[in-house]
Design a protein. Structure first.
Length: 357
């Protein structure tokens, strides 16, 4: 799963990306420091994995991951090719979801490309550019579809209905997702404004409280997810040894760092659950899966052959294991189930897949 980090230039995207991934992406007080997208793979924090490692004591534990893509800063007018507009829009079409970083901090040494700090305006600028880009793409798809429509194709008619509905929304300043179609129903349109989005407010040690309060109300009115992070502080925190970091977090009364909260928000946005595979001789591992998928698809996350030759899955719950701490006891109590191809995976399932190639 890929999440694109987007925002106007100089809002702290690359600083945040560096803190997320320790990848060393360039970061400076210049627009377009990021030209080609930087990619970082970040483990999803899950304390259940730590508990499984303690119970089974294997040689290693492996977390599931989300891939973050740091994309060039978008300028007003990007949909008409301003700045790195076309390149930016091409990169963002490739990701599964978007995290939009907005600036809440005041710093005269870091220029804001639009002047004063106003995160709500920044959000609206980016959303407008994405809608304009989608509107142009929809117009091209309508032209391309017209020939098939004249031939009386049923598929072309259905496609036209979708495109007309989406075009009307975009022309009225509404995103394509307001059309009510699922991502799967319009996936081949490859539109920007159907992608799920959450927001990160890049604050500072002395944040602008009034601006933050307005932003919180704005995001709440949309029913969206907002994570508040000081990218500068997080980039310093991530360099601390684990013991010092844990002590710092304890002093703050926080279970997760701001970056971990951001990763968890991405997991929630993408509607991901976690299932686990365990073994005392090799590893315990967490795997990400979209909610609602079935056991064969979960097996396919491990290896495509597992899905092709799926026979059944032996499944038990994390909660039951933590309670009894022994697979033998779970078997005796009938808590390990044999599930077939129609089993819908649940968050926290521990699985052993049986297959035949």
């Amino acid at each position: 799963m890929e999440i694109g980090i987007v925002g106007l230039p100089n809002v702290g995207k690359s600083t945040l990306f560096n803190a997320l991934t320790k990848a060393g992406a360039a970061s400076s007080n210049y627009p377009f420091t990021t030209i080609d997208p930087n990619v970082g793979v970040v483990p999803i924090p899950d304390k259940r994995l730590d508990a499984l490692f303690e119970i089974f004591k294997p040689p290693k534990k492996v977390a599931s991951y989300i891939k973050f893509v740091d994309i060039a800063g978008l300028m007003k007018g990007a949909s008409q090719g301003e700045g790195l507009g076309n390149k930016f829009l091409a990169n963002i079409r490739e990701v599964d979801a978007i995290v939009q970083v907005v600036r809440v901090f005041d710093n005269p040494d870091v220029v804001h490309v639009l002047g004063e700090v106003d995160p709500i305006r920044d959000i609206e600028v980016i959303e407008t550019e994405l809608m304009l880009a989608d509107l142009e793409a929809v117009d091209k798809m309508i032209d391309k579809n017209s020939g098939n429509l004249r031939s009386g194709s049923k598929d072309a008619k259905e496609r036209q209905e979708k495109l007309d509905k989406i075009k009307k929304l975009l022309a009225g300043g509404k995103p394509a997702k307001d059309a009510g179609y699922t991502i799967e129903e319009v996936r081949d349109f490859n539109l920007l404004t159907v992608k799920p989005v959450f927001f990160v407010a890049n604050t500072s040690e002395t944040p602008n409280s009034a601006v933050q309060a307005k932003l919180r109300d704005f995001i709440k009115s949309r029913g969206a997810i907002l994570v508040e992070i000081s990218a500068k502080i997080e980039s310093e925190l991530i360099e601390l040894p684990d013991e010092e970091k844990a002590a710092f977090m304890k002093d703050l009364g926080e279970e997760y760092t701001g970056l971990e909260k951001m990763i968890i928000a991405g997991q929630k946005l993408l509607n991901l659950i976690a299932f686990f595979t365990v073994g005392s001789e090799d590893e315990v591992r967490a795997w990400s899966l979209r909610r609602g998928l079935k056991a064969p698809q979960a097996a396919g996350r491990i290896h495509t052959d597992f899905e092709k030759g799926f026979i059944r899955a032996e499944v038990y719950s994390f909660d039951d294991l933590v309670k009894y701490r022994d697979e033998k006891i779970l078997k005796e109590k009938g808590l390990i189930r044999s599930e077939g191809k129609e089993y819908v995976m649940k968050d926290g399932d521990i699985c052993f897949f049986k297959f035949n190639v």
